[in-house]
Design a protein around this ligand. Structure first.
Ligand code: TXA
Ligand code: MG
Length: 329
């Protein structure tokens, strides 16, 4: 668990923007206004900062995050735009629209932020404070709504403070957010599909596309922090190599996903060993989880033995994702 922080609140002026950028560069957590709701920002390329962000929100699992960028050019470095995505971006960015798109090969966003998926949610907000921070930072910023998991999204700095005081570094206070509900999320991975209704009306989107949006699979309600997307549509990240959880020894031909200073018995003859955190730090483990899984999956082992991981703090989310990755399919 992280020690409590002193959460500063600054009126959104040039100094606060500079402070925000400084803090993000140092791996800190900064809440800032967008036109929809306040977001809790972290450097999208910094896995450890993102792990701290999940911890600050108290997310029960690593749901994928939206990468915010200053403009379409910056978005192209993260995601591939097919014709319909181009149309939507041209019509509605900057604005309250998030597009879920195929990730580019060189996408610099940390695996943890996209929960290991091959898709990425991208948004260009038009709020002047968000725009200034993004332009000055010059890198993508992941930002879920700046509330504790399960609480409603904040539309004022006071809401953010009530939920996250002592858990984040800085709140940039830009007054109340004009739209007040989260962005509309459209997946453009095939037929454009409405994943979450939000600040941009469906009709406006359908008008631009010239056809109705596809509906998500029946029986799934898009909920804050419990989205249909990772579970249902995009499906969880799953390695091809089977996982063997809570492994105390490594069998021959296995790769090892280790945790902590003492390796499982038989580690010396493992096909490959990667340690989530030699120090036994769960924040570091979370930051490494998806990239280590991918690397071990590529090792051609018969299975991946995963050492036991404690369930406290981010361990709950790490174990949740490991259990899903190990599920038979
Ligand atoms: O208005 C908003 O969108 C705000 C502001 C701060 O930008 N952000 C926001 O983030 O609402 P969050 O994390 O509370 O909600 C993001 C949603 C989640 O339901 C998540 O599962 C979904 O976006 N999402 C992110 N990446 C995805 C992906 N690759 N595929 C499908 N859904 C994805
Ligand atoms: Mg949210």
């Amino acid at each position: 668990m992280t020690a409590p922080l002193v959460t500063r609140v600054s009126r959104a002026d040039a100094a606060a923007v500079g402070d925000a950028v400084h803090c993000l560069k140092a791996g800190g957590l900064v809440a800032f206004p967008t036109e929809t709701v306040y977001g809790l920002g972290a450097d999208a390329t910094d896995g450890r900062a993102i792990a701290r962000l999940y911890e600050a929100k108290g997310r029960p699992a690593f749901n994928p995050l939206i990468a915010h960028v200053a403009d379409l050019a910056a978005a192209r470095a993260l995601a591939r735009f097919e014709a319909e995505a181009e149309k939507l971006a041209a019509a509605f960015w900057p604005g309250p629209l998030t597009l879920v798109l195929p990730k580019t090969a060189g996408c610099p966003v940390a695996e943890l932020a996209t929960a290991g998926l091959d898709s990425i949610a991208v948004r260009v907000p038009h709020h002047p404070v968000a725009q200034k921070i993004l332009a000055a930072f010059g890198r993508p910023i992941v930002a879920p709504s700046a509330n504790r998991s399960g609480h409603v999204s904040p539309t004022t700095a006071a809401h953010v403070l009530a939920d996250l005081r002592g858990r984040i570094d800085l709140i940039v206070d830009g007054g109340s957010t004009p739209v007040g509900v989260e962005s509309t999320i459209i997946a453009c991975l095939g037929e454009p599909m409405l994943l979450r209704p939000g600040g941009l009306p469906r009709e406006d989107i359908e008008h631009v596309l010239g056809r109705p949006l596809a509906e998500p699979p029946a029986g799934i309600a898009p909920e804050d922090d419990a989205p249909l997307a990772p579970g249902m549509l995009a499906s969880h990240y799953a390695p091809r190599t089977p996982l063997r959880l809570d492994a105390r020894r490594v069998d021959s031909g296995e790769a090892l996903l280790a945790f902590g200073p003492t390796l499982a018995e038989g580690a010396a003859s493992a096909a490959q060993v990667l340690n989530l955190s030699e120090r036994g730090d769960l924040i570091e483990a979370a930051a490494n989880l998806f990239s280590h899984l991918r690397a071990l999956d590529a090792a051609g082992a018969k299975s991946i033995a995963v050492m036991p991981i404690p369930h406290d703090g981010l361990g709950e989310a790490v174990n949740d994702r490991l259990a899903r990755a190990a599920a038979p399919r």
